[in-house]
Design a protein around this ligand. Structure first.
Ligand code: SF4
Length: 234
């Protein structure tokens, strides 16, 4: 189940790719490629088995088609996630046309690889792009890459997300909102409080204040925390 952003609650098949070009402080993903990968026995079971890596992509397409047909077509889309899926754009160029005969494609990306996006843009139905703010990631915000990415992705974007916590500055928040508004004025800008073991890193009062500040730069700002940790689903 999609647990964040504007598609929250939609059932998706997640295809998680190894490797990332960034190294965010809060990253909770093991993205080193290994000799095996994990495939769930059936959707939502939480039971995974190991398979040789890399997997045969046609076998993955057949598996997803079978899941879809045997589960009342419950899935909304296939979510490409990571790591950073665009590091595998050359493979995706080959696989996505086959995948699109089964389900639409939703790309979750850190929004820093515009040249790779260009390779698969016509094969993607929705893009969820993150802005990687320095306050939370621990690295300088890649504003230039984000701008180039937004310019390219704008017609496919369903949201732009910024993870926020107590370190997020008003200056960074406003810069992010201006950037979204410049390239994608009709796209929701989502403020996602960082998820801690105890719950969202920021309380409602603070989040409302951040939303109010940001609304001066972009008209559709939404506060959406992750919900999958509360429901115990992946
Ligand atoms: S961009 Fe995503 S996958 Fe990559 S390091 Fe940051 S949080 Fe992790």
């Amino acid at each position: 189940m999609q647990g964040e952003g504007v598609l929250i609650g939609c059932r998706q098949v997640f295809v998680r790719f190894a490797e990332c070009n960034l190294a965010c402080d809060y990253c909770d993903t093991v993205y080193e490629p290994g000799p095996t990968c994990q495939i769930e026995a059936k959707p939502g079971s939480g039971q995974f088995s190991s398979h040789s890596n890399p997997v045969n992509l046609s076998e993955i397409t057949c598996l997803i088609a079978d899941w879809q047909h045997s589960n009342n077509n419950v899935h909304h889309s296939v979510a490409l996630t990571g790591g950073e899926p665009l590091l595998h754009a050359d493979i995706l160029q080959v696989w996505l046309p086959e995948m699109l005969t089964i389900l639409p494609v939703f790309l979750e990306t850190n929004g820093t690889l515009p040249a790779e996006l260009e390779k698969i843009l016509p094969l993607v139905d929705w893009i969820s792009m993150d802005i990687k703010g320095s306050a939370v990631t621990g690295s300088p915000t890649p504003w230039r890459d984000h701008a180039d990415f937004l310019a390219l992705a704008k017609d496919r974007l369903c949201q732009v997300k910024l993870v926020v916590d107590a370190a997020t500055t008003n200056a960074e928040l406003l810069e992010a909102a201006r950037l979204v508004n410049r390239y994608a004025p009709d796209v929701p800008f989502v403020l996602q409080p960082r998820t801690l073991a105890t719950g969202p890193a920021l309380g409602g009062e603070v989040l409302l204040r951040l939303q109010t500040i940001t609304a001066g730069e972009h008209r559709d700002v939404r506060i959406i925390p992750q919900i999958h940790p509360w429901l115990g689903v992946a």
